[in-house]
Structures are given as C-alpha cells and as structure tokens.
Design a protein around this ligand. Structure first.
Ligand code: G1P
Length: 295
C-alpha cells in the first residue's frame, strides 16, 4: 500500500490528430479496446497502484470522458426495471467507490507541461503521478511497474520517470533520458539529463519516456516558470530537466509491455493482445485469429 501518493493527473485534452478521422467526433481516450474505452485501462492502472484521486485535465469537446465515470440515472433505472443486474453492476462498478474522478479544463493547447499545471490547485502540496492516456501498459505476473515506481519514490524521494528502450528511428518522437549506464528492466538509475524529441544524432540514449511519472509537488512551481520549448509548447520534460539541477531524479526501466493507442497500428496491436486475454471473449477470439486466411 502506497501511503503517500494518492493523486494522479491524466492529461486528456489533446485532440488526437494521430487518430483521425475517428477522433473528429470521439475522444481518442474513448475509443474501445475490446469492450471498454482506453481511458478505463489507464484509470485502472492508477487505481491498482493505490491512487484514489484521478484528476482529468480535459477539453470542452471531451465531456464523454467525464460522463463515462459518472453515474447515469436513466440507464441504471432502465436496466434495473428490466432486471439486467449483471449489466447494472458492470456500469456502476467501473472504479471502486473510494476513487474520486475530478475534471479540470485546459483552456488552450499550450503543451503537456501546461496541462499538468492546470491541476495545480487540485494537487496542492501533494506529490503525484502523471499518466499519459495514449499508452496502455500491460504487466503480466506479480510485478506492477507503476506500483514499483511509487514504492521507490516513497523510499528515496527521487522523482521516477518510466522509460523503455526504443529503436533509433523512434527517438525523435519521445522524451529521451541521459543515464550513465543502461539499467536492466525493473531497475531505476540516476537520471543525468532529459531532452524532448532529440534528433537521433543528439540523443543521449535510446531510453524513451513512456508517459508515467512520479513527481514531487514542487514541480508545479517549476512548470510555472518553464518557457515554451519543443513544438512551441510548455514541455513537462523541460520542467523535469530543471528539477534535475537541484534534486535527484531516477529513470525507471519498465518491465511490462506498452501499446500506443494514440497510433492506429499500436491500437490494433492492443485490440489483439487484450482481445485474446479477455475473460469471456478470449478463447473464441483466438480461434477467430487462427482461422483467418492470410494468404
Ligand atoms: C509526450 C512527452 C514525451 C513522451 C511522450 C510519451 O509527448 O512530451 O516526452 O515521451 O509523451 O508518449 P507527446 O506524445 O505528447 O508528443
């Protein structure tokens, strides 16, 4: 049980240009992987790590995300009258009762750093985690990456940045960390620097920032003075680089598998993997894949 970290910021205001045309009318976080929206997997990942306060940083066009986690009196009444109790339980128990979902708005698309800063008054003096909702993380077995990161933060007070190794041709799409040596999966190592979307020739390593961060409350004060950076946006990466000049930060190399549901192919991969493991649909889905004629 993580005693200290209870709050998670999920920036969901992005318009999802990588997922057009669907994201023209459906928030990319609401696209379903098997039978539930992407955002539910990310919220459940946070809840599993002991988070009880989910802060969505959202946009006026994406109210369906808040609605999904709210109660729906009309639907519940209808299901109750029809005695469809299984479905009723399914839609009312998406997150446990002790988990609160809070929404704040990001009024203008000024970058990920700005989105996190929009949650400042809700976070207050508490340390927190950030989960970027495009990426799903699947941990098989007992080890749960986000829990490990929170435990390490609680023990050392060093901010934890989740990373994974990526091929050279992808380093310019991510935040990249500078470390003295490449940690093995499941290890944390002192971070010596971090840079947003470097050219491969300038990249300090091939360890990319996955989109899971454990951060101290004081990063908010640094975000307030972070100038616009890559893409003319206020970058979380730049505030973390500033924090690193005064505080120890660790890069945590994840053990699980990532699925980038913000990209179309990553999304299809997620559907395959979560589909075959689905408790009721998985076996039939596997048979369907085996029976595909790919010639
Ligand atoms: C953001 C971060 C980047 C990180 C990436 C992970 O970039 O700025 O450091 O590696 O998420 O998905 P974005 O994908 O929003 O451009």
């Amino acid at each position: 049980e993580n005693i200290m970290i209870k709050k998670a910021i999920l920036p969901v205001a992005g318009l999802g240009t990588r997922f057009l045309p669907a994201s023209k009318a459906i928030p990319k976080e609401m696209v379903t992987v098997v039978d539930r929206p992407v955002i539910e997997y990310v919220v459940k990942e946070a809840v599993k790590a002991g988070i009880t306060e989910i802060i969505l940083v959202t946009h006026s066009s994406k109210a369906s995300i808040e609605n999904y986690f709210d109660r729906n009196f009309e639907l519940e009444t209808t299901l109750d009258n029809k005695k469809k109790y299984d479905l009723l339980a399914e839609i009312t128990n998406i997150v446990p009762d002790n988990v609160k979902i809070i929404a704040v708005r990001q009024p203008a698309p000024l970058g990920l750093g700005h989105a996190v800063l929009c949650a400042k008054s809700v976070v207050g003096d508490d340390d927190f985690v950030v989960l970027l909702p495009d990426v799903l993380i699947k941990n098989s077995g007992v080890d749960h990456d986000l829990t490990t990161m929170i435990d390490r933060f609680n023990a050392s007070k060093a901010a934890q940045i989740m990373v994974e190794a990526v091929p050279d041709h992808l380093v310019d799409q991510y935040g990249i960390v500078d470390v003295a040596s490449i940690p093995s999966e499941g290890q944390s190592i002192v971070m010596q620097g971090i840079v947003e979307k470097p050219a491969v020739a300038d990249a300090p390593s091939n360890l990319s920032v996955v989109g899971r961060y454990v951060l101290p409350a004081k990063i908010m004060a640094l975000l307030e003075k972070t100038p616009k950076g890559a893409g003319n946006e206020i970058q979380l990466t730049d505030a973390i680089a500033m924090l690193q000049t005064t505080d120890m930060i660790e890069a945590y190399r994840m053990q699980g598998q990532t699925f980038d549901c913000g990209s179309k192919l990553g999304y299809l991969k997620a559907v395959l993997h979560y589909g075959i493991e689905h408790p009721t649909l998985g076996d039939d889905f596997k048979t369907m894949i085996k029976d595909l004629d790919l010639s």
